[in-house]
Design a protein around this ligand. Structure first.
Ligand SMILES: Nc1ncnc2c1ncn2[C@@H]1O[C@H](COP(=O)(O)OP(=O)(O)OP(=O)(O)O)[C@@H](O)[C@H]1O
Ligand SMILES: [Mg+2]
Length: 342
């Protein structure tokens, strides 16, 4: 059974243009792309496209392409035959087969591996697929709605996304404006989320926001868009005691605390083998504007060596091991950077 989508709120000119485009694109049986920054409502819009289409009473399947490793994503989307891989004992239909006659929402479609992109291209073009490990051709009738917060034409130019797939997917592109470009919606959305939270807390009424809180919301840039606004509002509402005075005391950064743990340049005890792409939280602050690359790299290198030395109480062999360099290389670097080990 299909659940009805959540109510989409907004009345700014940019939002109304968006709704207009959605209403016109929804009934066309073509693939669509929904593009926008994080938290702008892409998933909500995809659901609306489905429920305003002729497929509204059929299934609306959702799949986040970034949630699974490439081989798992392929078998999840296209299904598999017995023996396709270790542990594949029975045939299993994939999301495409499950979405037959309905719509399939492919979130974060820009992260999809090339091999899956090739198969996706074929389903979109001919409605045909083969399950992983199989040869039988399965025919499906599925409308694909993709979403991404990356610029797919740039990804295609960089060789990370197939141009031909992009051409077919992007029959039309629905670009969702960020919240800072539709300021007229901020207070309407805040009232909506505030009132919903008040109901959850079983308050008799929702007293609204103080003038200061409203001004703060209007002047903030909302990098996390509507999801961030929802969090800020819900946090402020539940932190109020009585539900009688207007809600104030917005906290935009819930991590803000004098006791917030400091970020270390490197934490070898936990992250030793994690690839650098998975260590984003540990990356140093990057300088802006003109950069003296060699100078910055030398400063960073010195800092890493000093940290490793301090972590190992100046045991140079242990520090070298932590830095994954030889003892001689460490000695050389200590000399080069004039590090005091006494
Ligand atoms: N116009 C809107 N009216 C009401 N709620 C909205 C609106 N747009 C977004 N939301 C709410 O904001 C939150 C984020 O929306 P959604 O998950 O659709 O964003 P997204 O663009 O898919 O985010 P991400 O890029 O992080 O996946 C959800 O809780 C959603 O219900
Ligand atoms: Mg999403």
């Amino acid at each position: 059974m299909n659940l009805q989508p959540d109510q989409i709120i907004g009345s700014s000119p940019a939002f109304l243009d968006l709704m207009d485009k959605i209403s016109r694109a929804a009934p066309l049986d073509r693939p669509l792309l929904v593009v926008g920054e994080r938290g702008t409502g892409k998933e909500m819009i995809a659901a609306r496209l489905h429920f305003l289409s002729r497929r509204w009473d059929q299934v609306f399947q959702k799949m986040n392409c970034a949630a699974l490793a490439p081989s798992l994503l392929e078998s999840e989307l296209f299904g598999y035959e017995p023996g396709a891989f270790t542990g594949a004992r029975n045939r299993r239909a994939g999301r495409f087969e499950a979405a037959h006659d309905g719509s399939l929402f492919l979130d974060e479609i820009g992260t999809m591996a090339m091999q899956a992109q090739e198969k996706l291209l074929r389903v979109i073009e001919y409605g045909e697929l083969e399950r992983v490990g199989g040869t039988e051709t399965v025919t499906v009738n599925v409308r694909v709605i993709g979403a991404t917060n990356i610029d797919l034409p740039s990804a295609a130019n960089a060789g990370d996304f197939r141009h031909d797939l992009l051409d077919r997917l992007a029959f039309d592109v629905i670009t969702v404006p960020p919240l800072r470009e539709r300021r007229d919606d901020i207070l309407t959305l805040a009232e909506h989320f505030g009132a919903a939270m008040a109901r959850e807390l079983e308050w008799l009424t929702f007293p609204g926001f103080s003038e200061t809180a409203a001004e703060e919301m209007l002047s903030y840039s909302w990098p996390g868009n509507i999801r961030e606004l929802k969090n800020v509002v819900e946090r402020a509402v539940y932190c109020c005691w009585d539900g009688e005075a207007p809600v104030c005391g917005l906290v935009f950064d819930p991590f803000d605390s004098p006791y917030r743990p400091q970020r270390l340049p490197i934490d070898n005890s936990q992250q030793e083998d994690a690839p650098s792409s998975q260590r984003d939280e540990q990356q140093p602050q990057l300088p802006t504007g003109q950069v003296n690359l060699k100078g910055e790299v030398a400063i960073f290198e010195k800092k890493l060596i000093e940290t490793a030395l301090s972590n190992t109480r100046f045991n140079q062999r242990a520090a070298a091991k932590q830095l994954k360099i030889s003892y001689d290389q460490l000695r050389h670097a200590i000399k080069k950077h004039n590090i005091d080990c006494s």
